[in-house]
Design a protein around this ligand. Structure first.
Ligand code: ATP
Length: 291
């Protein structure tokens, strides 16, 4: 079976503190967008085989889809079952778009169906949290506020849809590095996330642009001038609500509609080096697992 593994963007991230386990306590508002990898999950005699169309992505036990398969096999005593996962990569890697987390989430759904495990949402969410902070959100996507280290997810009823232009400069940012460089004293309260949530629920795109915030952005911006260049390109194109997603380097801006986003992405592609990638994307509502 082939599952679509969608990217996410963060419309707000606040770092609230450092936890004893080394992670940060955060609150973030995430939204799924319709830029996706395909994750094909099928049976094989034994073991786990992962392949990926992007040779830069590790296909061994470091791959999050591989980790997902090994975790399910160990947890449910399924040593005799084999699985093959092929990932057709379209989501830029290490770009703040949770590409790997989405692949792991879809592998969990795929295995649930392939091995007839009958796992319910709570069990899938627990497995996902063991694999990574963004994996629980990626299981169902849509719009949600996530807290803890990002694994406690409360889905939102977001009204209407939103359209964005994403710009991905040609380098990777390690999430661990971005967190380690970010200052905790920037914002101690998460009122901005509450504001973004209520604006999303009201479907008020005009107000949304003025309340986006990412505590990880200043440190990444200070280290990589490409972030300001990306911001400048989006601003010149007329986009509003410009923000870095996750730990970067992807920067997005809000467009007035899909056609406008497509037009702007197309114009921007012609203005910079081909290694810079631009995507016109739209929000995608919560996916009810019907695998
Ligand atoms: P997040 O937004 O959740 O922090 P990200 O979008 O910044 O994630 P990923 O695309 O998930 O980052 O990649 C982070 C690292 O994980 C990469 O450097 C890559 O080597 C590794 N990785 C492991 N499995 C995968 C996968 N299936 N797809 C992409 N990267 C993977």
């Amino acid at each position: 079976m082939i599952l679509r593994s969608f990217a996410k963007i963060n419309l707000g991230i606040h770092l609230l503190g450092k936890r004893p386990d080394g992670y940060h306590e955060i609150v973030t508002l995430m939204e799924t967008v319709d830029l996706a990898d395909d994750v094909a999950v099928s049976g094989q005699e034994s073991g786990t085989t992962v392949t990926c169309s992007d040779p830069a992505v590790p296909a061994d036990g470091r791959n999050l889809a591989h980790k997902a398969a090994d975790l399910v096999r160990d947890r449910y005593g399924l040593a005799g079952r084999g699985v093959r996962v092929h990932i057709e990569k379209r989501v830029p890697v290490a770009a703040g778009l949770a590409g790997g987390s989405g692949n792991a989430a879809m592998t969990l759904h795929g295995l649930n169906a392939l091995w007839s495990l009958g796992l319910r949402e709570e069990e899938l969410m627990d497995l996902a949290a063991e694999l990574g902070s963004d994996v629980p959100f990626c299981l169902y996507g849509g719009a949600a506020v996530a807290s803890g280290r990002g694994e406690k997810v409360k889905w939102l009823d977001a009204a209407g849809s939103r359209h964005y232009v994403l710009v991905c400069p040609p380098f990777e940012v390690s999430s661990g590095w971005a967190y380690s460089q970010s200052k905790l004293e920037l914002t101690k309260d998460s009122s901005c996330i509450n504001l973004v949530s209520s604006v999303m629920q009201a479907g008020d795109v005009d107000r949304l642009a003025s309340c986006l915030h990412n505590d990880l952005e200043p440190a990444v911006r200070a280290a990589f001038p490409e972030i300001d260049r990306a911001r400048g390109l989006l601003a010149d194109a007329g986009l509003e609500g410009i923000l870095m997603s996750g730990s970067g380097p992807t920067v997005f801006g809000l467009a007035s509609g899909r056609a406008a986003a497509e037009r702007m992405a197309c114009d921007l592609r012609g203005r910079v080096e081909p290694s810079w990638r631009f995507f016109a994307v739209s929000s995608k509502s919560r996916w009810e697992a019907g695998v």
